[in-house]
Ligand binder design. Structure first.
Ligand SMILES: Nc1nc2c(c(=O)[nH]1)N[C@H]1C(S)=C(S)[C@@H](COP(=O)(O)OP(=O)(O)OC[C@H]3O[C@@H](n4cnc5c(N)ncnc54)[C@H](O)[C@@H]3O)O[C@H]1N2
Ligand code: MOO
Length: 402
């Protein structure tokens, strides 16, 4: 490929990046250690829940056809301590929330709907006994039922389901390892030691933080100098990682060496330049099974391209079923000027159900980037868009996927 080809559309670029990417191998982990991993196989219930009918309320269990009272309280079913005997009409069992219902066609009388005198309860006019307060056996899930498909991310709530359905261990995919290489002679490693001709290196740390959830091990290499030797050495050091992401040096300047360095290193460049703003000089290469993403150096360009390309790539390697960010639709709070020929991602905030583009959209602006909590997705050559019109939006929290 050559650099003279026009930028390719974003959807094509994403398709070319993700096509053929297979999830990494799976392994078995203790369920509580599987947080943040993606299921390697469907989660199938090993037990039925609830295993028997349970009371959903504190009160009294009685026969469903015996709803007038009064009743003699002849026993108790507490959570973890079922009532083992039998009882007749005119009798009731004290029952607590989560306790086993006695066998038979039962109803529950809430304790606030009766008056208790010694061992006798009577209706107090506030409500009747009802079977609605019974949680039926298996209403939640049944043994053998597929509960979550392979590729689902295990977060706190999915972990609870896995434990509840009987899984002490889970089959989950390995998380990809990532090397982050930032380059540029102007980059100062320490923000406290930064003369005027330099700027603090921010992209490496930002990309590491952004990728922390879907990546396993992350290696930071850099900032490295704008020389072929320094870039080749960094690429050699990144050799064992599943994914390498570079930032800076991706454009056409005399010191933009990432592409020639990748080619010299033996990588095949799949494509370079995507019709998006920010982020045009995005590059994708491969060496064996390794994928290399070359992101632009401007911080907003690096962030947006990492959000739209790096995170989905890592998620797909980690076994995620739907690795791309999910757009929501929100009304724009301000008029949007006619868009650019490239598909544009406006940094924005969300408040009171509306999306507000931030005023500074320059791709080098750190302050505007730090203000943003969302991206507005503007199609190529978008017409002027009036305030109140619904536009597609990606929320930045959780990589836009939660
Ligand atoms: N003649 C042209 N010039 C440029 C074009 C073009 O098409 N023709 N594209 C522009 C676009 S779009 C972008 S985006 C930038 C991207 O350039 P590079 O990827 O080569 O990035 P650098 O030149 O190395 O840096 C750009 C900017 O970002 C700062 N930077 C870089 N790395 C970091 C870092 N780790 N932490 C903080 N800041 C970083 C760097 O100092 C520069 O200010 O190219 C345009 N030019
Ligand atoms: O399109 Mo570049 O990524 O902003 O400045």
């Amino acid at each position: 490929m050559t650099g003279t080809q026009p930028p390719i559309p974003l959807d094509e670029a994403l398709d070319r990046l993700l096509r053929g990417i297979e999830p990494l191998a799976s392994e078995h982990l203790d369920t509580e250690q599987a947080i943040g991993r993606y299921l390697g196989e469907d989660l199938v219930a090993l037990r039925t829940q609830p295993a028997t009918d349970l009371s959903a309320m504190d009160g009294y269990a009685l026969h469903a056809d015996d709803d007038r009272g009064p009743w003699q309280v002849v026993g108790e079913s507490a959570a973890g301590h079922p009532f083992r005997g039998s009882f007749g009409r005119g009798e009731a069992i004290r029952i607590s929330t989560g306790a086993h219902m006695p066998e038979g066609d039962m109803a529950v009388l809430l304790q606030e709907n009766c008056t208790r005198t010694g061992e006798v309860i009577a209706l107090n006019g506030e409500g009747e006994p009802t079977a609605r307060h019974i949680r039926r056996a298996g209403y939640d899930f049944s043994k053998g039922q597929v509960l979550l498909p392979a590729g689902t991310r295990i977060d706190a709530n999915q972990m609870a389901l896995a434990l509840g359905s009987g899984h002490a261990r889970l089959c989950v995919h390995r998380l990809p390892s990532l090397a982050v290489i930032d380059s540029g002679d102007e980059l100062a490693p320490s923000p406290e030691d930064c003369p005027a001709h330099r700027i603090p290196a921010t992209n490496g740390a930002m990309l590491e933080a952004l990728a922390r959830a879907p990546a396993g091990r992350i290696e930071r290499l850099g900032p490295v100098a704008d020389t072929m030797e320094a870039l080749l050495a960094a690429l050699d050091n990144a050799g064992a990682c599943d994914v390498i992401v570079t930032t800076g040096g991706a454009s056409v300047g005399d010191h933009d060496l990432v592409r020639p360095a990748l080619e010299r290193w033996g990588a095949r460049i799949d494509f370079w330049r995507v019709a998006m703003k920010p982020g045009k000089p995005l590059m994708v290469g491969r060496k064996g099974s390794q994928v290399i993403l070359g992101l632009p150096g401007n911080p907003a360009s690096a962030y947006v391209t990492a959000f739209l390309f790096l995170l989905p790539l890592l998620r797909k390697l980690a076994g995620c079923l739907r690795p791309g960010p999910q757009a929501i639709s929100l009304p724009t709070a301000l008029d949007l000027a006619p868009g650019h020929a490239r598909r544009e991602f406006l940094r924005a905030t969300v408040a009171e159900g509306k999306v507000h583009p931030v005023l500074e959209q320059d791709s080098a602006g750190l302050l505007a980037l730090a203000t943003a909590t969302a991206l507005i997705d503007r199609p190529p050559n978008a017409p002027e868009t009036k305030a109140g019109t619904y536009v597609p939006v990606y929320l930045l929290e959780n990589g836009g996927i939660a």
